[in-house]
Design a protein around this ligand. Sequence first.
Ligand code: C2E
Ligand code: CA
Ligand code: CA
Length: 739
Amino acid sequence: MHRLLERVLKKNGLKAEEVPNLEKWHAFLEKMDEIFVSNDEDRYLLERSLEISSREMEELLETSRESFQQRITALTQVIPDLIFYVDEEGRYLDIISQGQEDMLFLPREEIIGRTMQEIFPPEYASKFLEATRKAIETNQLTVITYDMTGKSGKRFFEARIMPTNIKENGKRTSIAIVRDMTAERKSIDYLNVIKKIFEDATEGILIVSAENHYMEVNDAFCRMLGVSKEELPGSKLSNYTEYFDKETMDRISRMMEEKNFFNGEVKIHKPDGSELLAWLTIDTVLNEKGEQAYRVAMLTDISELQKSREQLHFTATHDVLTKLPNRTLLFQHLEEALERSRTREHGGALLFIDLDNFKEINDTVGHSAGDRVLLECARRIRQSLREGDIFGRLGGDEFLLIIENIENMDVPMYVAKKVIEELHRPFHVGNDVFELGASIGIALFPEDSRDMGELIQYADMAMYRAKEKGKNRFMYYSRALDQDVKRHYMIERALKDALSTGGFHLHYQPQINLKTGEVVALEALLRIRGSELGSLSPAEFIPVAEESDLIVRIGKWVFDEVCRQIVQWKEEGITPPLIGINLSRRQLMDEEFCAQIRETVSHYGLSPSSIEFEITETTFMHSRKTGYQVITELQEMGFGLSIDDFGTGYSSLANLKQFTVDKLKIDRSFVQDMISNESDRAIIKASIALAKALGLGTVAEGVETEEQLRLLKEMECDEIQGFYYCPPKSPEEVIKYLQ
Ligand code: C2E
Ligand code: CA
Ligand code: CA
């Protein structure tokens, strides 16, 4: 090679093969040499120019080297990875990347020149070193992944190690490019979780691309449709017609067209013939451009929900004991039946069935036996009905029966007779046998009324009438019985209202000793405040109350009120005389009566001797065992006792002897006519004589005139009660009278 060329190349660290067109250069220089030998001036020029150009070449090279370094720096700054230059022993020769200081576990200066083993825990260091050596030995790119826990928590890395053919200090080297994969790794984990949720979801999920190309489905979806993944009919909604009925398909398509969304209850018809109730949602997923990308259908099995929903509905509309329709459902049925009767040729009938003497079963053998009897009644009635008849329990021992489309007016009568017959057969509960029976009221629709409330009321009234007529019979509603029963009805309602709104109060009527003129007792008489029936007289409302248990509740109120009044009077410094309280038969039959009386007296701190009970002669006569026991117990407690309305019951006084009665109250009807009617006068006289013989006091009720008074005085009657002296008065007024 030409020596000059050799020198220039050497000086610039270039190799011969790196010089383009070496032959031409060579030839050129040879030519120059010739010129050099022949021409001095030219030689000088040439030398100069060569000197200059080699300097320029040097400069040129220098600038290109700088720009190369700049480019590398720029490059490493944009690459998010860390680039190390390491030798085969794990020593860091350089950190090529610029920036990325946050990815370094140590400051740059502390890394360069040290080995991996010095910097990292052994398990990382050896892993890295092994990979580095492998890359160098195999002369191939080697990739490893690893994680490290630093200040910012656990991070994941991927290192790509590339061997170089450069030797440093005699050691082979490689470039390691380390990338932080934490974010990617997290999103992969996240995707895995989503996938797991998708696969294991109890909801059935079907994902379909907008063009119906792609489809993803989970097991639950297939399970709910009752098919395997392979048998799934495809991605189009229209493929699913056999799984839903037409109405549902229409509903889905309509809503999808309108809103691109569906949400609703659907019934799935599975291939095996079974059905599943599900909640279906179909939603559209849009891409970033707002175009439809996917459709997601989601199925939720709501059959359990439906079951409990039905259960709830059943309990809300059925009687707990008999499982028959309850009041709510019955009324609904009746309303519908009335509606139907408008368009039908034949009307229907409403039967109000009330058991006779049911209370006695409850009272004597307890509620659970009572329940069994009720169940048996329901069964017997149900049995004697036709398929379409609607039968339910209103409550207590009351049932309603709706019969529709009656061709013959006698049909309800036959049904009623059958029911009565069924219920008249004896009931066996344990060892006991009971005779029951039923009273039935029948109202026809639309003849009697088209209004539900009215119709029930009419059937109820007819039932009342049947009871009045002696029970165990049926009665058709008629306008004629309307007036009586209506009044009865309204009274009962007025009583119930008074009980719940505090509408009762008491008046007191004095009883005067004829010899001394002293007020020896006050009879408490019940009054009801301004009801819609005007001022109701107890003579009318007490019998109504006595027909039901209302009298027991009312009686309780009266006793409590008397006790309260006595205490109030005492606190006001007034010492009241004996107070008389009327008792009725039902109260004596009430098991809790004595206990309650005892409790009330002790609550008010009163002595029983300040109270006297008035029990009518008829009640005495008809009281059965329990009644007698109660009367005896009251006496033992220390309450006074008088026989009310004496003379009307035709009892033999001998019967009454077993009680230590304090006085006889001669009934007002005898006093009323004693002046004109000789036999009444005789009865009074005899009664007084009898009473005296038995050591009882006598009170004449309803004394209105001076003449009556005079006669009674003559007959040596002890006490007088009546308008002549004083009518029943309010507590305040009666006290004024006393004073
Ligand atoms: P009773 O026990 O025979 O009460 C006497 C009735 O005769 C009272 O009628 C009284 O106002 C009335 N009376 C008193 N003196 C005369 C008079 O000179 N002439 C006339 N015509 N009547 C007179 P009242 O207050 O209307 O009570 C009627 C019935 O209602 C009572 O008859 C009693 O059986 C019943 N009763 C009243 N309050 C109660 C009560 O708190 N409980 C119960 N179980 N029954 C009651
Ligand atoms: Ca009385
Ligand atoms: Ca009386």
